[in-house]
Each structure stands twice: as C-alpha cells, then as structure tokens.
Write a protein that binds this ligand. Sequence first.
Ligand code: HSE
Length: 427
Amino acid sequence: MTRVVLGMIGLGTVGVGVVNLLSQEHHLSLKRIAVKNIGKPRPVKPPCLLTADPYEVIDDPEIEVLIEVMGGETPALEYIRRALSKRKHIVTANKEVLAKHGPELFKLARDNGVTIFFEAAVAGGVPLISTIHKGLEANRISAVTGILNGTTNFILSRMEEVGESFAAALGEAQTRGFAEADPSADVDGYDVAYKLSILSALAYGRFVRPDSIYREGIRNIAADDIAAAQEFGYRVKLVGSTCQFSPDKLSVRVQPMLVPLTHPLAAVSGSNNGILVAGHAVGEITLVGPGAGQMPTASAIVGDTINLASALMLPDFASYFHPAVESEWATTADAGEFVCPYYLRMAVADFPGVIGRIGTIFGTHNVSMQSIVQRGVKEKGARITIVTQDVATSNMNAALDELRSCNFLLEIASVISIFKPEFSNVH
Ligand code: HSE
C-alpha cells in the first residue's frame, strides 16, 4: 500500500488515542504533531517530531492529510481554512467549528478539490455520520433524534441509579474524566446543538446556525423530577432532534425530555449515545454505542483516516466524499410552534379553589391536563405535579406566565417536555 503522510494538531486525550491506533497502521506515517506545550509530560511517546508552530504542519508540502484534534473554534478554524487552501484533506472531531462554519469550510474544500472527514464530530465511536451520508443515501430523512451527549447521559443515569443530586453526579462525571472542569458545553446543551447542526446538513443539505437551535440544558433537573418521572412511567434524558417541520423549515431542538420507559432511548444508559434515524424507505433505525471518550473518538478519527488514505490514489475522488451541503443556512421553525405534552412541578399555597383556578387558567390557554397529583407539604404549600396532553409550547408558556402572576403560586420548579415515539418517526 502507498505510504500516506499525515500531520496532526493537538495531542490531548483524543490525540493520544489516535497516536496509539495509528501505530498499527504501517502505511500511515505521522510526520509531525503541533502542540501547545512541547515539554509537557505525556502518557504516550510521540512517534514523530513535535512542534509548537502549527504552520510547520499545515504548510509542510509532504503532508497530505491534517488530523485536527485540538477542538474549540479558535484558532482551529484558521488552521483548517489554511490547510484546505493548501489542498490538504482534513480529518476532524471539531463539532463547534463545523457547526458554526460548515457552509464556508465545505465550499472551501470543494473549491480546492479536497475533502473533510468528520465521523468523530458526532456520537464519538458510533458510525452515525457514514450511516446517514452513505448507508441511507437512498432515503429522504425525516427525523434524526437521540441522546447525543455522553456526559449528560452519564449524569442523568447516575442521578436516577444512585439518587445523587445534579451537582454530585456532575462531580462524579468530572472525577471519571467525562466532564470538563467547565462543563457548560455539555450540561447547557451547546455540544448537542453543534451536533444537530452537522446532522441537519447531512440529512437535509443545510447547516443550522447553532444560535437558532432551541436549547435547554440539564442544570435544573432535580432528584424530585427524576423520581416523579419514574412514577409516571418515564426517564429523564437530554434529547436532541432535527426534523423537517414544513417544506422550508426545520425543527431543531435540544432539551431534557421525559422518555417513556418502554422506548429504546430510555434504555441508553451511562455515557452511551443512542440515535434514531427515520428514512422513507428504511423506516426507523437505531444506533447505540460509546459517544465520547478517548478510544471511541480515536476509532472514528483513525477509521476516517484509513478510508481517506485508501481513496487518495483514485483520480478526482474528493467529490465522492463531499456531503451535498448548500452554502445557505437552514431556516428553523419558531420554538413556540413545537407541540408536545408537558410535565410540570410546582408549589402552591394550600387553600380551597387553587386546583380549580389552575384548571381555568390552563383552559383559557388551551392546555388540557392528563393527570394531576397533589401532595401536601405544610411549610412549603402543596406540591403539585401535572402531566398535560399535547399543547403548543407558546400556549404552555402563556398559561405559565399567567400562573406566575397568581398570589397562590409559590414556585414553578420544573417544566419538562414529554417525548412521544412519533417525534422520531415523522413522515
Ligand atoms: N463531551 C461530549 C460528550 C463528547 O460528553 O458526549 C464530545 O462531543
């Protein structure tokens, strides 16, 4: 096999995994790795020269493929841009750069006759990108839905299994190396939003600007919600979804949801990811596996690199790998138009007529209750848990705003959407 010369930027946890896996691929020769700090002790002996100057990698004419595993938007964006314009192929795990700059970068790649591989950017070791891009090419995709963040799934699973608070479960995720010291990208839903932008590009041909994606994280999920969910037959999961809302709009959302215990997504536990893809010909498929971590992510990166290296000897192969993405951004539906049942947990003053007044306010805004459970707690008023029927989010919000202005309302502690199986299988 012809020897292919690679360069890499970044040698953190994932980079070390990549170095280890590449050592088994004798036709792939890693020539140089750019790192921030050359002197830093590392758990692997670098197999090649290290440099603190990324341009020594990017501008090296012998390097055909650049593996970018530094992460973050800047300066990675600048390095990828320059490498593409120097006609180097890119293999990256960088969801943030692709989600925010995908239209520009894929155009730049096309214009330069090179390509970008990004299996590792979504769902780590689960081959979701190649499944949608190539395996389901004959399908019109109607929805991609799932658990796309291993850290938050670990935290929610732990809250349920061990009965820990959010803060304690986050601490455990940090101790085990899943969650970063600053966990915001994971727990506030940004990571999933980036992944949904990329999945939308593959499924529907356009990236979605991350700031136009409806986003709620899991910081406010309390042990009481996990317990109440179980009582009602659900499990709390952070669910990301992108689906065709109307001919010209996508509905793209990341939010905690109550998933029925009988649904396959409820069984995805720990740091795993689980994704449902619905296509008009195939129906619905489910992929489950490790969505984060050193070796699963390295598996996706080195898989991409092997694939790319085999194609390098073919004439004009890059176009075969280009996803059919347009330069325009997708248009998204208004978040208020989303319709689902809701779970609500609130505390109210305990006097006659309160439940009746809640019912009247809900009725005024077209919110129909499916069940209501009241537990009296003297000092804090009565704790009420409500499950509604399907309601437009704008109506639910209007009802909650009116409730907030009532003298009997002490607190609206939780408002969580309820997942319905048809969300993942819209046709
Ligand atoms: N931090 C991500 C997760 C992995 O926990 O799933 C990289 O996207």
